[in-house]
Design a protein around this ligand. Structure first.
Ligand code: RUB
Length: 323
């Protein structure tokens, strides 16, 4: 393979894989920005070489993490915008597509925030899981319109993204209570809304989000607390319309158990088979536990999200980075 991938793309891919860049919307934005940088800097001699290199860059980004569909949706958007007969036309159309994508992403998030804020009432207590910029946009919009809320924040083991949520909400002046994940059911008694984001939404309305979301949603239903999912339409997973399932990323054991901890509990003791540790990063919440999916196009019951998906994505075709 003769393709040349810009170091900026490789660096972004490494940052996504290592979760220095994380969260579905942020990943999509970074991937589009990386393709724009490659387009800007490419010294491909022919249009064919330019396109081949951009596709190779997109493939490198695509292969970082499997669950957030915002990533392939972003890559598809930028590569489909790559048009022209000359290198310079290809370059400018690719950069334009990436910029348009990034601007739309930001607009969608603030529009979604305004819609989501309508569900919140003054004095409400919101329980969050992980760190979602789409979910936080709803709280931010509520605060801007003078609706005061409080937050109960789940720590979110093993990576503790709840700390990021706590920091952001404190910066916005929201009273925050941080709890361990295991305390969630107890604190649902004091909660008015569960508010989470999504990495992917399937055609049947299932929500794929940080591991622990599904247990939280089941407990919330049992407690009568509504579950609100804040997800821009780039979180809609088009392949699920034709029956594909969403791949759940399995991450390293060391995020859960250090090498020393493994030794201390006899994880590799001679007389036994080695200890198995599993670390799925995401889970699937069935639609019956979700009250509303809030997008920039309005609020939907999960069962009707497929209508929006058909309208926005139509039939799926081969991926532009394959081939
Ligand atoms: C992040 C996560 C977030 C969604 C939505 O997982 O599950 O809830 O990505 O985030 P990880 P956003 O930390 O493993 O990437 O609303 O910002 O797109």
């Amino acid at each position: 393979d003769q393709s040349v991938v810009d170091p900026a793309v490789t660096a972004t891919a490494d940052d996504i894989a290592a979760m220095r860049i994380r969260g579905a919307a942020t990943i999509a934005d970074a991937a589009a920005a990386a393709l724009a940088t490659q387009a800007e800097r490419s010294d491909a001699a022919t249009p064919a070489a330019f396109e081949r290199d951009l596709r190779a860059g997109a493939r490198e980004l695509y292969e970082t993490r499997p669950t957030a569909v915002s990533l392939p949706n972003a890559l598809r958007y930028v590569l489909r915008g790559m048009e022209g007969e000359t290198v310079s036309a290809l370059r400018s159309s690719t950069i334009d597509a990436a910029e348009t994508f990034r601007a739309e992403l930001e607009q969608a998030q603030s529009k979604l925030g305004e819609i989501g804020a309508n569900r919140l009432r003054d004095g409400d207590v919101v329980m969050t899981h992980c760190h979602s910029t789409d979910a936080l946009a709803c709280i931010e919009a509520a605060l801007e319109s003078g609706t005061a809320v409080e937050a109960i924040i789940k720590e979110t083991r093993p990576r503790k993204q709840g700390h990021i949520t706590a920091q952001r909400l404190r910066e916005l002046g929201v009273p925050v209570t941080l709890i361990v994940d295991n305390a969630a059911r107890r604190y649902l008694d004091e909660t008015d809304h569960v508010l989470v984001g999504a990495d992917s939404i399937a055609a049947d309305g299932s929500v794929i989000n940080k591991i622990g979301t599904s247990g939280l949603a089941v407990n919330a239903r049992e407690r009568g607390v509504p579950v609100m999912v804040a997800a821009q339409t780039i979180k809609l997973h088009p392949d699920t319309m034709t029956g594909q399932t969403v791949a759940i990323e399995m991450r390293a054991e060391t995020e859960v158990l250090s090498a020393d901890e493994r030794t201390a509990i006899g994880g590799d003791a001679d007389e036994m088979p080695p200890l198995r540790v599993e670390n799925p990063a995401f889970d699937v919440t069935p639609p019956r536990y979700v009250d509303a999916i809030v997008t920039e196009r309005g609020q939907f019951p999960p069962e009707s999200i497929v209508t929006l998906m058909r309208e926005l994505f139509g039939e799926t075709t081969a991926e532009p980075w394959d081939g």
